[in-house]
Every structure is written in structure tokens, then in C-alpha cells.
Design a protein around this ligand. Structure first.
Ligand code: 13P
Length: 211
């Protein structure tokens, strides 16, 4: 698990430098599916002072297997996603400001950039509001991400998933990028959404079912 802990640390620092988190908000994890163990950020420790030693190892029921801190308060959301999406091996939860503005407005981010197709598999849908730290938040995210790699948590933030932390991380970056550009195009006025026909052309290329 030491390698996974190092990777969680690296991506936490990158996300903080990229301003995807504010203060101690946000959390990241990755799972070793064979061992059923998850390396996850600890709760409420400032990212600049975080070390690999601070990363917590839990099982799928939230029991701490290694580490001197409590795991992220969102561990239930992480375990719920791992339990229900077997292809997922990493989760990045951010409060990136532009995307979170959409989460507060309860507006999905439509497909405005081609990258959204290749990185996010389409739009960024909304996951219904649930209390922070609840299993329900995980359930609502799983539902929203049925055909997507990321979603917005109403009045809360962003969740992105992937086959590893690098993939989940870059997806979280593209959610924020799309939100930022879409807001600017709305200020200019009359932003155009990529049509469902064009989206489906890309889906065919990607070998995923058309919608
Ligand atoms: P933790 O510090 O417990 O991970 O909480 C941060 C957060 O973003 C809650 O949603």
C-alpha cells in the first residue's frame, strides 16, 4: 500500500497547487482491489504539510487498517462508489470553484468542449444533494455517474473517478476547465452546446454506446 499512499500524496499536492481544493476541503483515494484496501487522505489536515505517513488505509467498511489519523469524513462516499462501480480504482473529490458554482446553481455542465467526450464521456451531471459524510452522497454519485466519469454534488463540489489516480485527477481538472470556459462563453453570450449527433459520432469513435 506504500506506493498507493505516495500516489495519493502526490495527487493531493497537485490538486492543491492547481487550486482544485480550498483550505482542507476535498479528498482523494485509490483502491487495491485484490486486497480490498483503500489509501485515502486523512480528514482536515492542511495539504501543504501532508506527508505519505498521514495517508490512511481503510477497508471497504471504513475500518482503519493503517495510519495515525481518521480517514476523510467522506470515506462512505468513496466506499459506496468502489462497491458499486467495480471498474473504478480511484476517486478525486474537489471543490474546484467554477464547477462548484454549477453545483450550487443545480445546473449540469453540458457538452461544450470536445475534451468532455473523451475525458468525461459526455456532460457533467448533477448528483442530488445529500448530507456530507453520508452513504447517500455516495449512492447519489453512483446514480449520476452511471454513464459518466464525473459528476457535480449539489451545493458541495465535484467527484471524478478513474482506473487510477492519474485518470481520476485529469478528469477532475477537465470538469473545472469546462466549467470555467462555459461560464466565460455565457458572459460573451450565446454559447453553443455540441449537438447530440456530433456527440454520438465521437461515441462511435470511442466504441461506447450512442445516447
Ligand atoms: P475531509 O477533510 O474530511 O476529507 O473533508 C473535506 C471535504 O471536502 C468534505 O466534503
Amino acid at each position: 500500500m506504500e506506493k498507493l499512499k505516495e500516489h495519493v500524496l502526490l495527487k493531493s499536492k497537485e490538486a492543491y497547487a492547481e487550486k482544485l481544493f480550498a483550505g482542507t476541503s476535498g479528498n482523494l483515494s485509490t483502491i487495491d482491489r485484490e486486497k480490498g484496501l483503500i489509501a485515502i487522505t486523512p480528514t482536515s489536515i492542511p495539504y501543504p504539510i501532508l506527508t505519505a505517513d498521514d495517508i490512511v488505509v481503510i477497508d471497504l467498511d471504513g475500518n482503519v487498517k493503517d495510519g495515525k489519523h481518521r480517514p476523510s469524513s467522506e470515506w462512505r462516499m468513496h466506499t459506496e462508489i468502489y462497491k458499486n462501480k467495480p471498474e473504478v480504482k480511484a476517486i478525486v473529490h474537489t471543490h474546484s470553484p467554477n464547477a462548484t458554482a454549477f453545483a450550487v446553481a443545480h445546473e449540469e455542465i453540458p457538452v461544450v468542449l470536445i475534451e468532455m467526450m473523451f475525458f468525461l464521456l459526455g456532460n457533467v451531471p448533477l448528483a442530488k444533494y445529500a448530507a456530507p459524510g453520508s452513504e447517500e452522497l455516495g449512492r447519489n454519485s453512483v446514480k449520476a455517474m452511471e454513464k459518466r466519469a464525473a459528476c457535480l454534488l449539489e451545493n458541495h463540489g465535484v467527484v471524478a473517478v478513474g482506473q487510477d489516480l492519474d485518470e481520476a485527477y485529469i478528469r477532475a481538472v477537465y470538469v473545472e476547465d469546462a466549467a470555467n470556459i462555459y461560464i466565460k462563453s455565457r458572459i460573451i453570450g450565446n454559447p453553443r452546446i455540441i449537438s447530440i449527433e456530433e456527440q454520438n459520432k465521437m461515441r462511435r469513435k470511442m466504441g461506447v454506446p450512442e445516447e
